[in-house]
Ligand binder design. Structure first.
Ligand code: IMO
Ligand code: MG
Length: 458
């Protein structure tokens, strides 16, 4: 789907757009990922003209269940499941071409039309050396007895690092210019061989001898297959906004994994919160009107880093965590790793809500908490001396806080068939009321099962 700048790109159109109502809505995760953003994007996509992903790469895993069939998406926005709707992979993403091709092929094989997929020519390419470096760095930390970041090993951090370093970065658009790509590879491949071989410290370095001819051949395959999708998506989106089209912005990863605002250094490498949506797609800040924060009814985290409300201290905690993990299918969509489980941490979520400027909340996986007599919600942090302390997005700070819990009665009985708030048991409604009151933002949707229809619009 090639894009040529339209007549609307001129000055009069810009004046015109200045008076427009915001036409974009952002969907952001409020915890450490896997909140169910894909399901919300899928639920709202039909109301928008375009769906655009603004950050991350194949580290994300968004699953959507349609008619009992589960679709696991990593790079392609969940909007692709809506026929005919442009699904944009924005300039703020990092793309492993082999991975996105596998995803396209998988979707097509299941009858999903991918002709409306658009990939930014300015998105960055995850090259083999990025994945190798990701792995080496994690090993390095472990060897030095430092808790590794626990990355997905998809090359995300090293690719974003190259983007910022510039000299050795490769963008998707470069794939369509073989001569330029050959020049870039001629500088970059030997550099990466040298750096990674040194990092391997006497280990096996054979994988780091990048054969330029082989790479060029492989990149030519990427180019020929991806060409129909590669375009100036930023220009496309600006033009669409000028003509009054609406955009649903799909955030990947989540706020507490944001590189600036998350629980650093146990974060990912992009701006995952709503602040990343304009830069990651190339649309103006003023075009984002609504921001929907997606949160689970409890907490999960995968990879390293502290989670203050983690259910881990006692045997009973771990048993409950196992129960929630099994019921909530809390195993990584991307890596299959079991997710760490904890009570809902409203202190952390309130931080995310304020940072994102959320206008509404989507509470997900509420059904998973059914049958637990007493539920705990973290409503404060204290330090070792018992003094109240705030949430600070820093791993060191958080490893020294103690959660303060409010205990609330749970509810019994399956709620997955409820379709209105009135059909929820009193305990579940009280739980949601507490969330809403503490966060000061209305609950807009409640998910009570994986299916498309298992979503209550409040
Ligand atoms: P979705 O979109 C859960 C975590 C990784 C690791 C850290 C850094 O499915 O919500 P990276 O490979 O990005 O360098 O890893 O961030 N992480 C996620 N955890 N869901 C995600 O995305 C994640 N994206 C990154 O587990 O701890
Ligand atoms: Mg995930």
């Amino acid at each position: 789907m090639a894009h040529a700048p339209s007549a609307a790109s001129g000055t009069s159109a810009s004046r015109h757009s200045a008076s427009r109502q915001p036409s974009a809505t952002a969907i952001v995760g409020l915890q450490w990922g896997d909140e169910g953003k894909g399901k919300i994007v899928d639920a709202l996509a039909s109301r928008f003209d375009i769906v655009a992903r603004y950050n991350g790469g194949a580290n994300a895993g968004h699953s959507v269940v349609v008619g009992g069939e589960r679709f696991a998406l990593h790079l392609i926005p969940a909007g692709i499941l809506h026929k005919g709707k442009p699904a944009v992979v924005g300039c703020g993403t990092v793309i492993d071409p082999d991975w996105i091709l596998k995803e396209i092929d998988g979707l097509i094989a299941r009858g999903i039309d991918c002709s409306n997929l658009m990939i930014s020519d300015r998105a960055h390419v995850v090259m083999p050396w990025h994945k190798h470096e990701d792995e080496l760095r994690e090993k390095w930390l472990a060897a030095k007895s430092v808790e590794p970041i626990g990355t997905t090993k998809r090359g995300i951090g090293p690719c974003y690092a190259d983007k910022v370093q510039r000299g050795t970065a490769i963008r998707i658009g470069d794939l369509l210019r073989p001569e330029q790509l050959a020049t870039k590879l001629a500088t970059t491949a030997p550099f990466k061989t040298a750096v990674l071989s040194a990092m391997a410290q006497g280990g096996d370095t054979s994988a780091f001898h990048y054969d330029q001819a082989e790479l060029l051949k492989h990149a030519a395959m990427w180019a020929s297959r991806l060409k129909p999708y590669i375009t100036d998506t930023s220009g496309f989106l600006l033009d669409q906004i000028d003509t009054g089209k609406t955009v649903l912005l799909e955030g990947a990863n989540a706020t507490l994994l944001d590189v600036d605002h998350g629980t650093y250094p146990y974060v990912t490498s992009s701006t995952t919160c709503s602040l990343g949506a304009p830069t990651g797609t190339g649309i103006p800040l003023s075009s984002v009107g609504a921001i929907l924060g997606v949160m689970k009814a409890y907490s999960t985290r995968v990879g390293g880093g502290v989670m203050p409300t983690e259910l881990i201290a006692t045997e009973a905690d771990r048993t409950l965590a196992d129960k929630i993990r099994t019921r909530g299918r809390e195993f990584g969509t991307t890596t299959g790793r079991p997710r760490r489980v904890g009570w809902l941490d409203l202190v952390a979520v309130r931080y995310s809500v304020r940072l994102n400027g959320c206008t509404g909340l989507c509470v997900m996986l509420l059904d998973v908490l059914e049958g637990i007599d007493t539920l705990r919600i973290c409503t404060g942090y204290r330090d070792a001396s018992g003094k109240d302390v705030p949430f600070v997005p820093d791993a060191n700070w958080l490893s020294n806080v103690q959660p303060v819990f409010r205990d609330v009665p749970g509810w019994h009985g399956d709620i997955s068939g409820a379709r209105t708030m009135a059909e929820l048991p009193a305990g579940a409604r009280a739980y949601l009321d507490l969330v809403e009151e503490f966060l000061g933002v209305p609950v807009a949707m409640v998910s009570i099962g994986p299916g498309r229809e298992q979503l209550i619009h409040c």
